[in-house]
Design a protein around this ligand. Structure first.
Ligand code: CP
Ligand code: NVA
Length: 302
C-alpha cells in the first residue's frame, strides 16, 4: 500500500517529525524547489464539506509540485446519488495518482484508501483534522522557537476533530496538551480509552484552570460542520469558554493565540483578541500550504 495520512492516530511520531522538518525547508524554498515530486500526476480532491484554507492550500501545493489537482465536489459525483465508495475508489484508483478527501465518516476515507490503492490524505473528517495539527505545530515552532516542552491549551468544543488530532499529536510528541471544555464537550470516552493515560495530557472543565500558564491558547468553532442543528445549544453551553481578554490574562504573558479558522467573532473568540493576534493566526493559515506540501512529499516518497 502507498503511504497515506488518514489520521494522527495511525501516523508514527517519526513521520510527524519528518513532515515538520520538511515543512520548514519547503517554506524557505518556495518558488525555487529543486524537485517536483508530483510531476505528471493528477490528484483528486474529493470534498463533501465546505473548505477555504484546505482546498486552496492543497490545490496550490499540488500545482507547485508539478501536479494537477482535480476538484471533485462529492455532490457532483455519482457518489452523491448513492454509488458505493468502494466502486468510486476502484474507478479513481485506475485514473488518479492520489486523493485528498474531506468528508464526514473516518471509515469512508479508510475504505477509499483500501479500495483505490492510492495515497490518500485526510483533509478533515468528523474524527480528525490531521493536516491542520501538523501545520499548527510548524507554526508554533516558528513563533516560539520550538513546540517541544510547550503547553498548548485547546479551549471550547473538545469533542470535535481538531482537539482529537491534537490529542494524538500529544500522545506521540513532547509537549503538554490541556483540553479545556465543559464535561459534555470533552473528548469521547472511546477516544480517551484508545489514547490511554499520558502524563502530558490534561482534561479540565474550568476555563481559568485550563488556560493558566499556557504558552499557546488555541480555539476552534463551537459548531463544527454537520452540527448546525445544535448551533443554539452549543453557543449557549460553551459561552464561558470564549477566548477573550479576561481569560487570556491568565495564560503565560505573551501567549500565542491560534485559531484554525473560520472564526466566529463573539462566539469562540472576541473580535479584539482575533485582531490583536491576526499576524499569528494568518501565518497559521498560510502554513497550511507549506505543511501540506510536506505531507504530499512524504506520501509520494514512500
Ligand atoms: N481550517 C480549515 O481547515 O479551514 P477550511 O475549512 O477553510 O479548509
Ligand atoms: N471543527 C471544525 C474545523 C473546521 C476547520 C469543523 O469540523 O467544522
Amino acid at each position: 500500500m502507498p503511504r497515506s495520512l488518514l489520521s494522527l492516530e495511525s501516523l508514527p511520531a517519526d513521520a510527524m517529525l519528518e513532515i515538520l522538518a520538511s515543512s520548514k525547508r519547503l517554506k524557505s524554498e518556495r518558488g525555487r524547489h529543486a524537485e517536483h515530486p508530483l510531476r505528471h500526476q493528477c490528484w483528486g480532491m474529493i470534498f463533501t464539506k465546505s473548505s477555504t484554507r484546505t482546498r486552496v492550500s492543497f490545490e496550490v501545493g499540488i500545482r507547485e509540485f508539478g501536479g494537477d489537482p482535480l476538484f471533485l465536489s462529492a455532490n457532483d459525483l455519482q457518489l452523491g446519488r448513492g454509488e458505493p465508495i468502494r466502486d468510486t475508489a476502484r474507478v479513481m484508483g485506475r485514473m488518479l495518482h492520489g486523493a485528498v478527501i474531506r468528508t464526514y465518516a473516518q471509515s469512508d476515507i479508510e475504505e477509499f484508501a483500501l479500495f483505490s490503492g492510492l495515497p490518500v490524505i485526510n483533509a478533515l473528517t468528523d474524527d480528525e483534522h490531521p493536516c491542520q495539527i501538523l501545520c499548527d505545530l510548524f507554526t508554533i515552532g516558528e513563533r516560539l522557537g520550538d513546540w517541544r516542552g510547550k503547553t498548548i491549551a485547546f479551549l471550547g468544543d473538545g469533542s470535535c476533530n481538531v482537539p482529537a488530532s491534537w490529542l494524538w499529536a500529544a500522545r506521540k510528541l513532547d509537549f503538554t496538551l490541556v483540553i479545556g471544555a465543559p464535561e459534555k464537550y470533552q473528548p469521547s470516552a472511546a477516544l480517551r480509552a484508545r489514547l490511554g493515560t499520558a502524563p502530558n495530557i490534561r482534561y479540565e472543565t474550568d476555563p481559568a484552570t485550563a488556560v493558566r500558564g499556557a504558552d499557546v491558547v488555541y480555539t476552534d468553532v463551537w459548531v463544527s460542520m454537520g452540527k448546525e442543528e445544535q448551533a443554539r445549544e452549543r453557543v449557549d453551553e460553551l459561552r464561558d469558554w470564549q477566548v477573550n481578554d479576561a481569560l487570556l490574562r491568565l495564560a503565560r504573558p505573551g501567549a500565542l493565540v491560534l485559531h484554525c479558522l473560520p472564526a466566529y467573532r463573539g462566539q469562540e473568540i472576541t473580535e479584539d483578541v482575533l485582531e490583536a493576534h491576526a499576524d499569528a493566526i494568518f501565518q497559521q493559515a498560510e502554513n497550511r500550504l507549506h505543511g501540506q506540501k510536506a505531507v504530499l512529499a512524504w506520501c509520494v516518497a514512500g
